[in-house]
Design a protein around this ligand. Structure first.
Ligand code: PSU
Length: 302
């Protein structure tokens, strides 16, 4: 990896030199997960949440074929409005670099870049997972396999509730990925605190999560951990309210033959319209909450 390919922002370069805790943040949520201008405003606020938590934020994206570990404010602004940005996972990261294009990193690609940069903790909204109907479509996010092989602790609010949560948890279990619920027994369901599913593991402090991360490294176990952090109670959309909206959005996606990488952005946009923006407010609140917990874990890892 030449310095030409991996570019650190000024703030991240300084943090590395000083040995300070760093939290990786992804960029697909900016380009494909939220509308402009809330996407850029949220990305900035989330970076501030990481700083207030005592760590340094490293938003990761590919700009003109180079991996950026931390974006300068003007780069973040431009990315938030850019068209024709590739949505990158493990399969297409190298192609984006080779072609000199711009790309937003999903959970999988962000984990890969974070590991290259020596960053062990990453905050997102919700990971990708097993889509409903996967038994015929085979649509399973590469995020799950990445968690099985790349040693980064990922903090999310569960898998997105548009997915098949029980199947997502089954696949993670098969792949040997620890799924940890933070501060409660149930795995949260993104916009809602509860999913009806008991998490395989529960931890109640950042120190416990950091200790578990270190233990995996010490044992030589490959892969990361998934920390599922429930959305704050005052921001949640209860399951009974959001489930019918999700069902309607899934039916619309099927009727319009939406497939592959388009599915998640389509559903998020549709649910945003149907809830008159409430789903976006909840999404912002949960990402901020995850950034704060990730900062505590990163500090506890030092
Ligand atoms: N969290 C959010 N919004 C998002 C995502 C996460 O609050 O849009 C992104 C992540 O980058 C994740 C991707 O990897 O959604 C999953 O996309 P798919 O279902 O196509 O694998």
């Amino acid at each position: 990896m030449t310095n030409d390919t991996l570019i650190y922002s000024k703030e991240v370069a300084q943090a590395r030199a000083q040995g300070r805790p760093i939290v990786a943040l992804e960029s697909t949520i900016i380009t494909h997960g939220m509308p402009f201008p809330q996407n850029v405003e949220t990305a900035r606020t989330v970076e501030d949440d990481v700083r207030e938590g005592g760590a340094v934020p490293a938003t990761i994206a590919i700009l003109k074929g180079r991996i950026h570990i931390g974006l300068e404010p003007e780069e973040l602004d431009a990315l938030g409005q850019a068209q024709d940005v590739m949505k990158l996972s493990r399969a297409d990261l190298a192609a984006c670099l080779a072609l000199g294009r711009d790309g937003a990193t999903t959970v999988a690609a962000t984990m890969i870049c974070a590991e290259m940069a020596g960053i062990s903790v990453f905050a997102t909204g919700g990971i990708g997972g097993v889509h409903r109907g996967a038994e015929t479509s085979f649509d399973i996010s590469a995020d799950l396999h990445e968690l099985a092989q790349t040693p980064v602790t990922v903090v999310g609010a569960g898998a997105k509730a548009i997915l098949d949560l029980p199947k997502t948890v089954e696949v993670l279990e098969t792949l040997g990925v620890p799924v940890i619920a933070y501060g409660q027994d149930q795995i949260p369901a993104f916009w809602s605190r509860e999913s009806g599913l008991t998490a395989p593991l529960r931890m109640d402090s950042a120190a416990q999560i950091a200790a578990s991360h270190k233990m995996r490294v010490q044992l030589g176990l490959r892969g990361g951990q998934l920390v599922t952090n429930p959305i704050p109670a005052d921001a949640e959309i209860p399951r009974a309210e959001i489930v019918p909206v999700i069902e309607e959005a899934l039916a619309a996606a099927a009727a319009q033959n939406i497939s592959a990488k388009e599915v998640t952005p389509f559903l998020l946009a549709r649910i945003f319209e149907q809830t008159e923006g409430r789903s976006l407010d909840a999404n912002i609140a949960l990402v901020r909450n995850n950034a704060r917990l990730a900062a505590q874990i990163a500090a506890a890892l030092l």
